[in-house]
Design a protein around this ligand. Structure first.
Ligand code: PMP
Length: 361
């Protein structure tokens, strides 16, 4: 018997129901092979087809130019925190980083093991409610790249624009907002994302890298994270995370069937508007991010009376709402609204919040 739940997890996050049903359907007999996709060689033609189709579908969805490689790696976004400096440092000694919150800071800390980090813009000064305008960013003259975090999963701050960095490659940790809207990939040197939010299951990391940057790697880079090595082996230098890759491929096909990223953009906008609309309509709930910088994917909010936090979570759990507790670094509540969260679930959350306020407000 299906139990109706409303999953607002920040990650690992919901996977489209249709995709899970298809995976269940194919689980014991993939492609008439009499075995599951988990149990076949990554080098056989059946899995190569999965790999090639998923890459092509992702290229179609994101409109990825031909001079970019798409890699399907392991190690998560935190692995990329190290892989980025090790792959892009070249002969430079430093890189520019934008500090927009928790995940940007984690990326900075890891990069500092490998090169000098200049923090060129710091949201700390505004309590991470917004970022300084680009005119105020202090770009350095000899940076290997500029790194930023387009969406801060914990803080709930999302860039409303793509920064301009001229000839210096722009690197983005797109873990929590990749595939949520169309973007111009040609503005980036590297885009990377852990899969477990908007792509598929944990254990897979997507990296999109411009060809000319493959030459900048350092010998210290582990081969499994070396973009040039993995690109030359079609992401199969080592055994890839095959089941996660297969599921990601099903998610890409689901996205295409639903109208691609332009359609996702509209739905995500509507979902976010509904939830922020509810939060803004009353003093009972609040979110303190500057409206231009509010994340559409991760919506943290607090109750005017923090004593009610625990009651809110208990009552929500009774109604089938999962993972509304805010990250421990910030407290309060958080609802993540990735692509696979249906709009009807946001409607259910808004109704629950209204009802809760009627009872406890
Ligand atoms: N960057 C961002 C923006 C994230 O949201 C997360 C995970 N929540 C990470 C990095 C870390 O990802 P992983 O656990 O895949 O290393």
């Amino acid at each position: 018997i299906d139990k109706q739940v409303f999953n607002f997890s920040a990650g690992p996050a919901p996977i489209p129901r249709e995709v899970l049903e298809q995976a269940r359907e194919e689980l014991l007999d993939f492609n008439g092979m009499g075995t599951s996709v988990m149990e076949i060689s990554h080098r056989g033609k059946e899995f190569i087809k999965v790999a090639e189709e998923s890459e092509q579908d992702l290229r179609d969805l994101m409109n990825i130019p031909a001079n970019y490689k798409v890699l399907f790696l392991q190690g998560g976004a935190r692995g990329q925190f190290a892989a980025v400096p090790l792959n892009l440092k070249g002969s430079k000694k430093s890189a520019d980083y934008v500090n927009s919150g928790h995940w940007a800071q984690s990326a900075i800390k890891e990069a500092q093991r490998y090169l000098n980090v200049n923090i060129i813009a710091d949201g700390k000064l505004s309590g991470f409610r917004q970022m300084p305008s680009q005119e105020q960013w202090r770009f350095s003259s000899d940076a290997a790249y500029v790194h930023y975090t387009p969406n801060e999963t914990i803080g709930g701050l999302e860039f409303p624009y793509i920064p301009e960095t001229g000839d210096v490659p722009l690197v983005a940790d797109m873990s929590s907002n990749i595939l949520s809207r169309p973007i111009d990939v040609s503005k980036f040197g590297v885009i990377y994302a852990g899969a477990q939010k908007n792509i598929g299951p944990a254990g897979l990391t997507v990296v999109i890298v411009r060809d000319d940057l493959l030459e900048k790697h350092t010998s210290a880079c582990p081969a499994v994270w070396d973009y040039a090595t993995q690109a030359s082996k079609d992401s199969m230098y080592n055994t890839p995370s095959t089941f996660a890759w297969y599921l990601a491929g099903l998610v890409f096909k689901w996205l295409k069937r639903r109208g691609g990223l332009a359609e996702m953009d509209k739905i995500n906008e509507r979902k976010a508007r509904k939830l922020y609309g509810q939060i803004e309509s009353t003093r009972f709930y609040s979110n303190n991010i500057d409206p231009c910088w509010c994340s559409r994917m991760n919506v943290p909010f607090t109750l005017a009376d923090p004593e009610l936090d625990a009651v809110f979570l208990v009552e929500a759990a009774k109604e089938g709402f999962l993972y509304l507790k805010g990250h421990k670094a910030v407290g309060g509540m958080r609802a993540s609204l990735y692509n696979a969260v249906p709009e009807s679930h946001v409607d259910a959350l808004v109704s629950f919040m209204q009802e809760f306020e009627r009872r406890y407000g």
